[in-house]
Design a protein around this ligand. Sequence first.
Ligand SMILES: Cc1cc2nc3c(=O)[nH]c(=O)nc-3n(C[C@H](O)[C@H](O)[C@H](O)COP(=O)(O)OP(=O)(O)OC[C@H]3O[C@@H](n4cnc5c(N)ncnc54)[C@H](O)[C@@H]3O)c2cc1C
Length: 382
Amino acid sequence: MPAFQEYFDPSHQMVRDSVRRFVEREVLPDIDAWEEAESFPRELYLKAGAAGILGIGYPEALGGSHEGDLFAKVAASEELMRCGSGGLVAGLGSLDIGLPPIVKWARPEVRDRVVPQVLSGHKISALAVTEPGGGSDVANLQTRAVRDGDFYRVSGSKTFITSGVRADFYTVAVRTGAPGFGGISLLLIEKGTPGFTVGRQLKKMGWWASDTAELFFDDCRVPVGNLIGAENMGFACIMGNFQSERLALALMANMTAQLALEESLKWAREREAFGKPIGKFQVIKHRLAEMATALEVSREFTYRQAAKMAAGQSVIKEISMAKNFATDTSDRITTEAVQILGGLGYMRESLVERLYRDNRILSIGGGTREVMNEIIAKQMGL
Ligand SMILES: Cc1cc2nc3c(=O)[nH]c(=O)nc-3n(C[C@H](O)[C@H](O)[C@H](O)COP(=O)(O)OP(=O)(O)OC[C@H]3O[C@@H](n4cnc5c(N)ncnc54)[C@H](O)[C@@H]3O)c2cc1C
């Protein structure tokens, strides 16, 4: 990949090299088997923790490194995606949506107990916002938390939660107040709390290596000290968290497209039809040129928004645009890649088959394409 020196410095290259070595050593040899098994060993969290990968972007005092260095995170995310399994990256990376609210808004004693255990890979963090009744309309969520002395009594359910089966710490969006966005709070709910049960691992189109589950709360007693941020201020915390999740999903889409393009180029040079490599047919050559063009534009726009975020600018509109542009691009490039590989592109033995399936979630998770367009339109004053 090109160097993009405008965004990345030598320290980011070191992060990139170290994550790439980790992926080559610890993930690539087994990833096909883990995908088929729809799981990867829990030990991988410990290995990624020990290699310092899980801690990138978090405060040193909590066991992290490169705090505030967004492009270190970008470099690490891109290299992790080189394993070719969005599911593994989503599963290993569920801490990046579960932990930030805890780092920023939990009580110090909760934060100091929870965060280091997750960054070292000993415990797993998940974020639970979506409910069976709907995910897009966050302000309308129904899981109730009623104050009872030093506890909240939580009742309701969540669904489609990444790392839902094996997480230890769940950052859960609940309703503590009136209907609408002003009645929502975030609570840390721990595995093993009476009244909290986890459903089966859901079967999915893609992201096979990640576990995705339903969560059930039946009069679950959660200590008041586990409140994250102020009561009824959870909506703003959730929306803030979405900004970095949307950047991460745009980066995933760009890397999915990058891998699909690389596989297509390789095949276009190797595969012969009618006496010449298929890459010599103008229709294929132009398709590859257009795929590369769309990807470069998408990547550049995504990096630009990351740079603005790193500089502290508000990019609510632009990050939604980046997510939509990147996922439109990866939709197109993964579809074209399957076409260029022909029958092989449909076979489980080819990487593009997995990229095509894994890609489909990227314009749904973290806010759908339609929800992104709603945000963009609102920011345009519509
Ligand atoms: C593999 C996977 C992993 C996930 N991981 C997590 C996780 O870790 N934590 C978590 O909380 N959630 C997670 N989700 C849930 C995900 O965020 C939701 O699926 C997503 O937000 C959409 O919600 P929904 O599925 O309920 O669809 P709905 O909200 O029911 O939407 C259905 C359709 O209606 C459209 N729609 C809704 N509102 C509007 C509107 N105003 N205008 C136009 N169209 C609209 C949507 O765009 C969509 O096309 C995950 C989902 C999947 C599939």
